[in-house]
Design a protein around this ligand. Structure first.
Ligand code: MTE
Ligand code: MO
Length: 326
């Protein structure tokens, strides 16, 4: 029998997990050392189905979470409830709308191999679990500002991209790192839409990629990353528009020339390489002055570099005559 459950976006505010409840559960889970068992309890986290909860149990990194929070990063406002952020996603591989969470569960995230190639000492591949084992995991609260003018505050777990770059041993001729998402149209029907330049790809200068804010995400809300967020490995570059934060990465390629990324290929007038957040530079079709906070629905002012100017403004000091904010 089918029972109609209210969808997360139909839930009243009171039903949404509050930060303190999330915190408590986190402390309890940690205290009992029951990360794996607790993750399988009905009602834990996003209110996963039994199948999804079992998938979470099967995640070989589940016992690593929650990881210690690095208090050097603050959201500036409350963490956006998981109920909202896990049901409102951009992941065009699974559809060009926001309700892709269920479709994304089809993605098989083990085994997951990452290729490191291009201008490196020696190209190699590494399994995600081996990579995670080598990396120093921590939790950081980051703001996320989509180019569509909505935003959220999320507790990502992961490690600095700089650590991975170091591990990859790029040659001195490498100036950019290109990241690529998996390619599997049978699993991700969006990839059958031939007018998009799949696979999704994004790039950063090595200077940007080794800035401390550039973060590789493996978990969120104190658990392994749910598939709709781009598991098992996605980027978070919070001073840039959300599309730079590429999901479900399978390749890091080091190159000497500036790459053209997915959205730039589709429409370079609207989506460029730099894509730094700036309230004073409008998108050709809408204003970027304000953003809709996913948690409250309220419009709040957008900040230059999404409020991370102290950390990143100097990356762009010597760059003249380029569209840094689109
Ligand atoms: N592979 C891939 N990565 C992607 C996207 C996508 O469609 N495919 N969308 C981007 C956009 S536009 C945003 S705003 C964020 C959304 O992340 P979230 O769904 O975890 O909130 O993912 C980014 N990374
Ligand atoms: Mo976005």
């Amino acid at each position: 029998m089918l029972i109609k459950k209210p969808r997360s976006w139909e839930l009243p505010e009171s039903a949404v997990t509050s930060e303190s409840r999330y915190r408590n559960r986190r402390e309890i889970v940690k205290g009992l050392g029951l990360g794996i068992a607790a993750a399988s309890l009905p009602g834990f986290g996003t209110g996963l189905s039994v199948g999804q909860a079992l998938a979470a149990v099967a995640d070989p990194t589940a016992h690593l979470y929650p990881v210690d929070r690095n208090n050097g990063f603050e959201g500036g406002r409350d963490i956006t409830p998981e109920k909202l952020t896990s049901r409102y996603n951009n992941f065009y591989e699974f559809g060009s709308h926001k309700e892709i969470a269920l479709a994304a569960q089809k993605l098989e995230i083990r085994p997951w191999t990452i290729e490191i190639d291009g201008l490196v000492e020696k190209k190699f591949t590494i399994g995600i679990d081996e990579l995670i084992k080598k990396m120093p995991l921590e939790e950081r609260i980051y703001r996320h500002r989509c180019v569509e003018a909505w935003s959220m505050v999320v507790p990502w777990s992961g490690f600095p991209l700089a650590e991975l770059i170091d591990f990859a041993e790029p040659l001195s001729s490498a100036k950019y790192v290109v990241m690529e998402t998996f390619m599997d149209p049978e699993v991700a029907p969006g990839q059958k839409q031939f007018w998009y330049p799949w696979p999704y790809s994004e790039g950063l200068t090595l200077k940007e990629a080794t800035n401390d804010l550039a973060f590789m995400v493996t978990g969120v809300y104190g658990k392994p990353l749910a598939k709709q967020f781009g598991s098992p490995l996605r980027l978070a570059v919070p001073w840039k528009y959300g599309y730079k934060s590429i999901k479900s990465i399978v390749r890091f390629k080091f190159v000497s020339r500036r790459p053209k990324s997915f959205w730039e290929e589709i429409n370079q007038r609207e989506y460029g390489f730099w894509a730094n957040v700036n309230p004073e530079v409008d998108h050709p079709r809408w204003s970027q002055a304000r953003e809709r906070d996913l948690a409250t629905g309220r419009k709040i002012p957008t900040l230059l570099f999404n409020g991370y100017g102290d950390e990143v403004a100097d990356l762009y000091e010597d760059i003249k005559g380029e569209k840094l904010y689109r």
